[in-house]
Write a protein that binds this ligand. Sequence first.
Ligand SMILES: Nc1ncnc2c1ncn2[C@@H]1O[C@H](COP(=O)(O)OP(=O)(O)OP(=O)(O)O)[C@@H](O)[C@H]1O
Length: 205
Amino acid sequence: MTPASEATLRAVGLVVLRSDRLVLDGVELELGRGGALLLTGPNGAGKSTLLRALAGLCPLAAGRIEWDGIDTRDAPTEHAGRLAYLGHQDALKPGLSLRENLHLTARTGGGDTVAALAAFGLEELAALPVRLLSAGQRRRAALARVLLADVPLWLLDEPSLGLDSAALVRLGVVLARHRDAGGMVIATTHVGLPLPDAAVLDLAA
Ligand SMILES: Nc1ncnc2c1ncn2[C@@H]1O[C@H](COP(=O)(O)OP(=O)(O)OP(=O)(O)O)[C@@H](O)[C@H]1O
């Protein structure tokens, strides 16, 4: 874990209920620039819930999330603008081509769509409607969107789902570049991810 004085993102005493059920009870975490954190634990442990809470998509029953010492609830627009959230759903528009989907993201994020396609080996699929892509290809496309968003904090829910071994290597390269540039990654996984030196938060513990 990052020493407290260097932490950019800090969660303190997070309590989250879902449909009145206590899912997270006093979760603490810290992450500095360039840092990575893997969320582990059995099905239902609350990994996705924690990612959603960090993204501001799940209300907190108690506790707080800070960015550079400021409660993110006091600056929700700034917080939303500094993070990219990849859920289980790929959030792509099925009728648009892959290139059009990425251009939509680039309109707000301003990133380089050609580089994002190349990073995940998607160049030859760019003209296809997303509905025709395989599950692993769609996952790669969704990861390309994260890259394009050009934001410091990546919140990734099982990013390797459906990826073949070559795509997993590409993901490792992209994650390393993001961290080298000072970006931060928090990801859930059941199978391990190419994130060397990542801290681990086991929600079952
Ligand atoms: N919208 C919801 N309403 C009610 N309960 C929910 C909701 N979403 C999740 N839960 C419950 O919250 C608990 C934690 O779910 P969550 O999806 O965060 O777990 P997880 O650790 O990500 O699991 P998995 O490894 O299966 O992806 C589960 O018991 C789940 O049933």
